[in-house]
Design a protein around this ligand. Sequence first.
Ligand code: ADP
Ligand code: MG
Length: 253
Amino acid sequence: MTPVVQLDEMVRTYFTGEVEVPAVRGVSLSVEAGEFVAIMGASGSGKSTLMNTIGCLDRPTAGRYQLNGVDVGGLNRDELADLRNQEIGFVFQGFNLLARTSALENVELPLLYARPTLGRREQKERAARALALVGLEDRAGHHPNQLSGGQQQRVAIARALVNEPRLLLADEPTGNLDTKTSLEIMGIFQDLNGQGMTIIMVTHELDIARYCRRQVVMRDGRLVSDQAVRDRLMASGELDRLRQEHQAMNLSP
Ligand code: ADP
Ligand code: MG
């Protein structure tokens, strides 16, 4: 089968005035449908640059990137944007929700770009279904400032899912969240992956990467390790354990 992501000696160099910054220096990586990959590495090692290329926000300086068998290097800006809208959902550390807009409307937004011919009713229904997937059907009318951090990230995940992408990308999605909320988010990713969604996630926390199925490590713009997770943790079990701990300490009802 054609891999979802196929990178061959991918290079991305930033040119800023006088200086050249070689952020990614020749990465080869293949990700098959149904995988759940953690990309790890120190700050500045090139993780976000790699993700932005995989997410079609950016093109390689050299080497080749094929998304579902399509060579991204040959596409112009509009074609790249179309491909991104159709195939990819992106989740960021900072949620990136519109403030004065309800959860449902935030989730609807990508549909307006990628599926403009859908009727308003169908758009609302699809957005509502995506919110239900992350367990937020009862918060559809809430604005971001009326939601917890974890709930805001769940809205962002629903927004990433609304176009039914084949690939879900997340750059440090738990970076702004406490441990228990991070596990909730990992539980959602594990459920989605269990339903067949291909997921690539950046994290610099080993504790979080252990919920994925495969760990790739970057250093100075290169891949230095790539291995399956042996003792994968399941977030739902961990959440039960945390709840019991909290109860034992009388911290929660
Ligand atoms: P990470 O996500 O692992 O922290 P990044 O991909 O953000 O790493 O950055 C890799 C390197 O590229 C760093 O040295 C960073 O300073 C540089 N860099 C990132 N984005 C840009 C940019 N837009 N222009 C110039 N240099 C950049
Ligand atoms: Mg980064």
